[in-house]
Design a protein around this ligand. Structure first.
Ligand code: MN
Length: 225
């Protein structure tokens, strides 16, 4: 009986031939006030909340992504993604940045119709957020992400999302500290840190491009499934 040979998910590192092995993917919900408002929530500084995606949902830039099953409302969400090389539980805000290996621009692909149904019925978000190829991520830039700088997304060169990292309700160190009170963080963990306003649907044939100051851009193309 042959055991299956299961590959680990890795991400390219800018300026290096080494690759970053992904352990888990955590995501923050609603971390920009204007996006919280567009989703019908109160943008006051409530504690950040978290959800996850499977590690093998990662896809690299340049990929063609088949339109996912079971949705007719696939949305883009451009986000700063943090990659950890350190870990721990109950990490202090002061210690948090020491855990960071690097950062990238990612797109939190979302089956918005399934998410809306889950919200309405009080059921889990898992399959609205954590499906195959739902986590396109650009090459990692080593180092601590900038505290300010532009983050943006275009669909077929039309601007859809644009914000500054200073618009984040919870900063990177605060997110790491809060998340580490729920789970022990480990090397290889990724954190999507939330999206600004302007999320919307994408269709087969469209090219989605995410940009973040200091990190390589990511471009993906949706194709018919
Ligand atoms: Mn998101």
């Amino acid at each position: 009986m042959d055991l299956p040979n299961v590959a680990q998910t890795t991400i390219a590192i800018s300026g290096s031939t080494a690759r970053f092995t992904v352990r888990r993917i955590y995501c923050v919900g609603q971390n920009y006030a204007d996006h919280a408002r567009e989703m019908g929530s109160n943008p006051d500084r409530e504690k950040p909340f978290f959800f996850t995606k499977p590690a093998d949902a990662v896809v690299a830039g340049g990929s063609a992504i088949p339109y996912p099953s079971r949705t007719s409302d696939l949305h883009h969400e451009v986000e700063l993604v943090i990659a950890l090389s350190g870990g721990g539980g109950n990490v202090s805000v002061h210690q948090a940045e020491a855990l960071i290996f690097g950062y990238a621009v990612g797109i939190d692909l979302t089956r918005r119709d399934l998410q809306a149904e889950a919200k309405k019925t009080g059921r889990p978000w898992d399959l609205a957020k954590g499906f195959d190829r739902s986590a396109p991520i650009g090459d990692l830039a080593p180092g601590i992400p900038p505290r300010s700088g532009r983050i943006s997304l275009t669909v077929d060169d039309v601007p859809k999302q644009q914000a500054d990292l200073t618009d984040m309700v919870w900063n990177v160190a605060e997110i790491i500290a809060e998340l580490s009170t729920y789970v022990e963080l480990r090397p290889g963990d990724l954190i999507f840190t939330g999206t600004p306003a302007g999320v919307g649907p994408i269709q087969p044939g469209e090219i989605v491009r995410g940009e973040l100051e200091g990190a390589p851009a990511i471009e993906i193309r949706l194709v018919e499934s």
